[in-house]
Design a protein around this ligand. Structure first.
Ligand SMILES: [Fe+2]
Length: 236
C-alpha cells in the first residue's frame, strides 16, 4: 500500500514533538496543531501562576483565549475520532486497534480536565479569588501533563500506524472529509493561532507548502494575533 521510501516526504519536526514516524503521508498539519496545543498549555500554566488574582481584565482575556484553545482541541480530537481512527481500524492488526482505542479513551480523559479549567478561568474573570487561582494552577498543570502524554503517545504509535496503513490518495480523502464545512471565519481564527511561535525555518517551509489563501490570511492576521497574545499573557 505504501509508495517507495525514496518518495516519502521529509517530516516536520517542531519543539516538544515526541516523534515523526517516516512514511508516505506528510503529517505537517498534525504536527503544527500539536505544537500549538503544547505552546498554549505552557503559556496558560505560566499565566495562571503569575497573573494577579485581581486583574479581572486579563483574566477575562485569558478565559476567552482558553475558549479558543479548547474549541480547536475539541475539533481536532473529533476529527481524529470520527475520520482518522475509524479508517485505520478497518485495516489494522489487533495491536493497532488497541492503540487506536487508547487514543479515543485518552481524548475522553482530557475533556473533563479542560472543562474544569474553563470553569476556573470564567470564575477568575468574574471576581478576584486567590484560592480559585491556586486551584486553577493545579488543574492547568494536570491538563498539560495529560495532553503531553497523549500527544507523545499519538506521535510515536498512532501516526506510525497511519504511515504503515494509509496511502496518499486515501489520506487526501480523509482530509477532505475533515475539511468539509470549514468556514472562512474559522480559518481567520485558527491560522494565526497555528502559526504563532513556530520557529522561522519551519514556518518558511510551511508557508511554501500551504495554499495561497492560507498565506494571505496569515499575513493579514498574524500581527493582530501577536499583539493580543502579548496582552493576554503579559504576566506569563
Ligand atoms: Fe492529533
Amino acid at each position: 500500500m505504501t509508495t517507495q521510501p525514496t518518495t516519502w516526504p521529509r517530516q516536520l519536526r517542531l519543539p516538544g514533538q515526541a516523534a515523526a514516524p517516516e512514511g508516505p503521508i506528510d503529517m505537517q498539519t498534525m504536527y503544527l496543531m500539536h505544537h500549538a496545543f503544547r505552546r498554549d498549555l505552557d503559556a496558560f500554566a505560566g499565566a495562571v501562576r503569575s497573573t494577579p488574582a485581581g486583574d479581572r481584565r486579563t483574566w477575562k482575556a485569558l478565559a476567552d483565549r482558553w475558549e479558543l484553545f479548547a474549541a480547536v482541541l475539541h475539533k481536532h480530537h473529533l476529527a481524529e475520532d470520527d475520520h482518522i481512527w475509524p479508517a485505520l481500524v478497518q485495516l489494522g492488526t489487533l495491536e493497532d486497534i488497541a492503540v487506536l482505542e487508547a487514543m479515543e479513551s485518552e481524548h475522553g480523559e482530557i475533556d473533563p480536565l479542560l472543562e474544569s479549567c474553563a470553569a476556573g478561568f470564567r470564575r477568575l474573570a468574574r471576581r478576584a479569588d486567590e484560592d480559585a487561582r491556586a486551584a486553577l494552577a493545579v488543574r492547568v498543570c494536570a491538563a498539560r501533563e495529560s495532553l503531553r502524554r497523549h500527544l507523545a503517545h499519538e506521535e510515536t504509535e498512532a501516526i506510525a500506524i497511519i504511515q504503515r496503513l494509509i496511502d496518499t490518495a486515501r489520506w487526501a480523502e480523509i482530509e477532505a472529509g475533515i475539511g468539509k464545512g470549514a468556514s472562512l471565519r474559522e480559518a481567520v481564527r485558527t491560522v494565526p493561532w497555528v502559526g504563532y511561535g513556530v520557529p522561522r525555518e519551519a514556518l518558511e517551509r510551511v508557508l511554501r507548502d500551504v495554499p495561497t489563501p492560507f498565506r494571505v490570511i496569515w499575513s493579514l492576521t498574524r500581527r493582530g494575533f501577536a499583539r493580543r497574545e502579548a496582552r493576554t499573557f503579559r504576566f506569563a
